[in-house]
Design a protein around this ligand. Structure first.
Ligand code: AMP
Ligand code: TRP
Length: 330
């Protein structure tokens, strides 16, 4: 039987958070043998916000180094940079003509982001999900590992794919979100009702993958909890619940086992233990990342080879799309 295909994209804008790692990237390494995997640094998506060119360059490379440091083997996975494969942009034009204004207007990420950047509600911010749909569809992806916030975009991808398949003939596989059960959503350390997001202005809300141990300790010490004083799972203790989630994922334990381990202990002790668990999980990732960033020639080799491989698959789908809609082949 042929392997199923996995595709995911990751933003180069800003540093990866513990949420990105535990909710997404860490789980990708476990998929590389069973699936045909493509991971893309989405530098074109990043343009929906203003980018300082030299920072974008640096962050794109860091994004790639981070994927490698998180355990993705470039032989087993196709790792590439979005702008290196022009088929994404080409397909996006075509698919934008098959996506309705009303559909895009309903996207909650668009509404959130336009509220946040009211001085720059650009057309790309609005059509962002079309480019994302093409990322996925060009590779005939079956599964898309994403956080739950991206589910709506995948539903849109399916709708648009189905529309194309019905209007012309079956062309695209129907992608499904792949969302791991535990640790799928890590919340902000400062406002635990909100997800941990690298766009958060409050630095204390996030743990970044490259935060040094003392910073991690400090951030957990400052994490917002409650006045109940008991380490347990309760709806009115979202901060504690988040810490339990983080600890359980880092230690490979169930949430109930964590509650049991800290029965009768204070928040101070618990927070220190969570910080230590996170430091331990991040140490090998940080070491590998720094080693890779000092080896630009190797990174270049990885992204060039990745682009070649990605291009072959993407071109094949794009050629089919062009032919079916009636474009004359050159
Ligand atoms: P973003 O940071 O929005 O570019 O997301 C990159 C990937 O990480 C996507 O798959 C997100 O859904 C996932 N992700 C981001 N933040 C979190 C979080 N706090 N918890 C779980 N997954 C997350
Ligand atoms: N929109 C995704 C995010 O913000 C990033 C992304 C771009 C993506 N293209 C993708 C994720 C394709 C999965 C598949 O997280």
């Amino acid at each position: 039987m042929e392997k199923q295909t996995i595709f995911s994209g990751i933003q180069p804008s800003g540093k990866l958070t513990l949420g990105n790692y535990l909710g997404a990237v860490r789980n990708w390494g476990k998929l590389q043998d069973e699936y045909n995997c493509f991971y893309c640094i989405v530098d074109m998506h990043a343009m929906t916000q203003y980018q300082v060119p030299k920072d974008l360059r640096k962050q794109t490379l860091e994004g790639l180094a981070m994927l490698l440091a998180c355990g993705l083997d470039p032989e087993k996975n196709t790792l590439f940079i979005q702008s290196h494969v022009p088929a994404h942009a080409e397909a996006a034009w075509l698919m934008s003509c098959m996506t309705y204004f009303g559909e895009l207007s309903r996207m909650t990420q668009f509404k959130d982001k336009s509220a946040k950047q009211s001085d720059n509600i650009n057309a790309g911010l609005f059509t962002y999900p079309v480019l994302m749909a093409c990322d996925i569809l060009l590779y005939q992806a079956d599964l898309v590992p994403v956080g739950s916030d991206q589910k709506q975009h995948i539903e849109l991808t399916r709708d648009v794919a189905e529309r194309f398949n019905n209007r012309y003939s079956p062309t695209f596989a129907m992608p499904k979100p792949y969302i791991p059960k535990v640790g799928a959503k890590i919340m902000s350390l400062q406002e635990p009702e909100k997800k941990m997001s690298k766009s958060d202005e409050n630095d204390n809300a996030n743990i970044y993958l490259l935060d040094p141990p003392e910073v991690i300790k400090k951030k957990f010490k400052r994490a917002v909890t409650d006045s109940v004083g008991v380490v347990q799972l309760a709806d009115d203790q979202p901060g504690i619940k988040n810490l339990i989630t983080i600890y359980s994922v880092c230690k490979n334990m169930t949430m109930d086992q964590v509650v049991e381990e800290f029965e009768g202990q204070g928040y101070g002790v618990f927070k220190d233990a969570v910080a230590d668990a996170v430091i331990e999980v991040l140490k090998p990732v940080q070491d590998k990342f720094h080693e890779l960033m000092a080896n630009k020639a190797y990174l270049e080799e990885v992204y060039k080879d990745g682009a070649d491989r990605a291009e072959r698959t993407a071109r094949k789908t794009l050629r089919k799309m062009y032919k079916k809609v009636g474009f004359i082949p050159r």
